[in-house]
Design a protein around this ligand. Structure first.
Ligand code: UDP
Ligand code: MG
Length: 311
């Protein structure tokens, strides 16, 4: 289990109790890895106490607050299990669902994510922005990122290994997992209100997550000025030709104005086109810099050398 924790003193002990009782009911050995994301309340002390009393509990303390996605990343990096389940510390993701995730994994799925069928205890604003966000994101990207799915999920060891090998800095973990492929299944659940404490995702952070998600998985917006410029340029040229003819026929001052204006549109469109072209190049640079593997092999049959992702 990987549990990101940021100032969760009110809830963390209850969460731990619920987690251990569910895990003890499963026929497998487990560890819980808490990642204290630079909390400045009593959470670090509480976590250390939990770890003292139980060798299956481990804690990573960040030097400062690095954010939810990086806390999850650190947890997955350090986890040792054959499968890793990421779960929020605030009991919004019900631990009771873990056996179901594990059952699907046993069936042979590599990623089992939990879809929020209903969300309780969240403001309409959060639900509406989340709903719009996931849908816009899917429009913009070629990777199908599951709608209404958070980071609450089970991942097989091989998925975690690929995730660990990805060098990119701006990490939108659920997008990366979707991008990878493998056999993915989903389980539905009812999202509960936060058990205690308040959301650590104010609007500013949500927007940052959204922009990371879009920029990590789509370079399409970079090309938009190109298309806008091409259309504007075409219309401008048509206008220019039309007004030039009109002016030649009438000799009216009004038509000269329109002629000049369509000239301006043509010039502006040239700027747009060059910005868009630049965007295409920047997009390619971005793809190279991110250093994602070109492909990921699940299994190879009859190959002598171990086929794996390309270094
Ligand atoms: N969290 C974290 N670092 C942060 C913000 C949040 O580790 O900078 C943890 C938090 O403790 C919780 C999970 O990430 O376990 C989800 O955060 P939260 O419940 O505040 O987000 P929400 O459910 O409101 O989207
Ligand atoms: Mg929460």
């Amino acid at each position: 289990m990987v549990v990101p924790v940021f100032n969760e003193e009110d809830v963390i002990l209850t969460t731990h109790e619920r987690l251990t009782s569910v895990l003890d009911g499963l026929p497998l050995s487990w560890e819980i890895l808490y990642v204290d994301d630079g909390s400045n309340d009593a959470s670090p002390v509480l976590l250390d106490k939990l770890a003292e009393g139980d060798s299956r509990v481990r804690v990573i303390h960040f030097a400062r607050n690095f954010g939810h996605q990086l806390a999850i990343t650190a947890g997955i990096d350090a986890a040792m299990g054959d499968a890793v389940v990421v779960i929020d510390a605030d009991l919004q993701d019900p631990p009771d669902l873990i056996p179901e995730l594990v059952a699907k994994w046993r069936e042979g799925y590599d990623v089992v994510f939990a879809r929020r069928a209903i969300r309780f205890g969240e403001t309409w604003f959060k639900r509406a922005t989340a709903a719009v966000f996931y849908r816009v994101l899917n429009r913009l990207t070629d990777v199908e990122i599951p709608v209404d799915v958070g980071d609450f999920r089970l991942m097989d060891r091989k998925v975690c290994d690929v995730l660990r090998a990805l060098p990119e800095h701006r990490r939108f973990v659920r997008g990366l997992v979707a991008w990878m492929g493998f056999r993915q299944a989903e389980v539905e659940y009812v999202r509960q209100p936060r058990f205690a404490g308040e959301s650590k995702y104010p609007l500013r952070r949500m927007m940052r997550l959204a922009s990371d998600a879009v920029t990590s998985f789509s370079t399409r917006p970079l090309g938009w000025p190109l298309y806008a410029g091409a259309v504007a340029g075409l219309l401008g040229l048509l206008g220019f030709a039309a007004f030039a003819a009109l002016f030649a026929a009438s000799g009216k001052m009004m038509d000269v104005m329109a002629l000049v204006l369509s000239g301006v549109v043509v010039c502006t469109s040239a700027v747009l086109v060059s910005v868009g072209l630049l965007g295409l190049y920047v997009g390619n640079v971005l793809d190279e810099v991110r250093g994602r593997p070109l492909y990921i092999v699940d299994r190879a049959v009859g190959l002598r050398r171990e086929a794996s992702t390309r270094e």
